[in-house]
Write a protein that binds this ligand. Structure first.
Ligand code: PLP
Length: 390
């Protein structure tokens, strides 16, 4: 059998060596603690599950859903955007439910990228932006996210000939993996750039609800002109601990929404309806759970930062997202440092290079780990550091 080049061209999974070592250690009965996954450990809120169970009983929800989602779900999404961001969306033309944001992020390349086309993609970044581009036959021009540019792409450094060829630009704030946030003025500069070069902006925003110290992240669509320039991907995964149910949305420019709707109607048959009803409940029901979860993450963030600074790892306290992006000590690469934490402390972190070469020099630590496991991980890190000193 001969597989397609797009399969052979998939980049090597940098975490593969670590994954093998984790499996080996667990097989030997060793207790390995993972701070590597961005998947909320707290269950989906009870009222959301109750609605899901009730909806599952209704035979109307046993049949094929519509690819573009239930009208009442699209309506709930537009109401939520109005309440949360004061962004007005037409539920029929400017809202498209997705089988998780990842599904749409992967498929949108099919709407814009022909073989040979260019996408502007941050680096480090969520890998789906560049993989989707590659699957559609295009290539990624990487925009480095560094401490010097506050992890915001430097638009002036994008060469003019690349910008003119580019069809689409990816941005993501609050950011995974760097935990950086963006303010409206950055989004406005992106809109101006996109209009100048006729580029569609795809803003990935699944972490706007996961924020600390009273900070409220903005939506890309709040920026002047954003509705003409692009779309925003959002998700119930991180806001409501619903990663397992697979439900998200794309909102914004009606032309882009229509293009992805057409692609999707030829590929999938939508989100199971009982899950759409659960999502409506999440968006329109009581919202106390969001701040309760954030208080838990904030406490974990502070515990982790305290230990990191004691063991000589520098990290800026994140104002949002589920991650801490920490500099590794001098003398280590990201991968070497992650490997030594695994081998010598039994703690897993993600090497920054898993998200692209500009992630070198960093590790990502996730806040989605139960408190008592986090405390155990911190004890191990402290003991590991002490032993390193002697
Ligand atoms: C978690 C995550 C997503 C995916 O969300 P789903 O709705 O669960 O598919 C998309 N983008 C980023 C940056 C993420 O971290």
């Amino acid at each position: 059998m001969r597989t397609a080049r797009r399969i052979e061209n998939l980049p090597p999974y940098l975490f593969v060596e670590i994954s093998r070592k984790i499996a080996e250690r667990r097989a030997q009965g060793e207790d390995v603690i993972s701070l590597a996954v961005g998947d909320p450990d707290i269950p989906t809120p009870r009222h959301v599950i109750a609605r899901l169970c009730q909806a599952a009983q209704d035979p109307q929800n046993h049949r094929y859903p519509e690819s573009e989602g239930l009208p009442e779900f699209r309506h709930a999404i537009s109401q939520w955007y109005e309440r949360r961001f004061s962004v007005t969306l037409d539920p029929d033309r400017e809202v498209l439910p997705l089988i998780g944001a990842k599904e749409g992020i992967g498929h949108i390349a099919l709407c814009f990228i022909d073989p040979g086309d260019i996408a502007l993609v941050p680096n480090p970044a969520y890998p789906v932006y560049s993989i989707g581009t590659m699957f559609a036959g295009g290539s990624s021009h990487y925009m480095p996210l560094t401490e010097d540019n506050d992890f915001l792409p430097d638009l002036d450094r994008i060469p003019g000939d690349i910008a003119r060829k580019a069809k689409i630009m990816w941005i993501n704030y609050p950011n995974n993996p760097t935990a950086a946030v963006a303010e409206p003025d950055f989004f406005e500069r992106v809109v101006a750039f996109a209009k100048k070069y006729d580029i569609a902006v795809c803003h990935d925003g699944p972490y706007t609800e996961v924020a600390f110290d009273g900070y409220r992240p903005v939506s890309f669509l709040e920026a002047t002109g954003a509705m003409e320039a692009g779309v925003e991907f959002h998700s119930l995964s991180k806001s409501y601990n619903m990663t397992g149910w697979r439900v998200g949305m794309m909102v914004g420019n009606a032309g882009i929404i229509d293009a992805l709707r057409r692609v999707k109607s030829n590929l999938d048959s939508g989100i199971p309806q009982a899950i759409q009803h659960a999502a409506i409940e999440a968006l329109t029901g009581p919202q106390d759970c969001v701040s309760e979860h954030n208080a838990i993450y904030q406490r974990r963030r502070d515990r982790l930062l305290q230990t990191l600074s004691q063991i000589g790892l520098n990290a800026k306290p994140p104002r949002a997202s589920l991650y801490i992006w920490a500099r590794v000590p001098d003398g280590y690469t990201s991968l070497e440092f992650a490997t030594s934490l695994l081998e010598e402390a039994g703690v897993v972190v993600t090497p920054g290079t898993s998200y692209g070469k500009h992630g070198e020099g960093y590790i990502r630590l996730s806040l989605t780990i139960p408190d008592e496991r986090l405390e155990e991980a911190l004890t191990r890190l402290t003991a590991w550091h002490k032993q390193k000193l002697t």
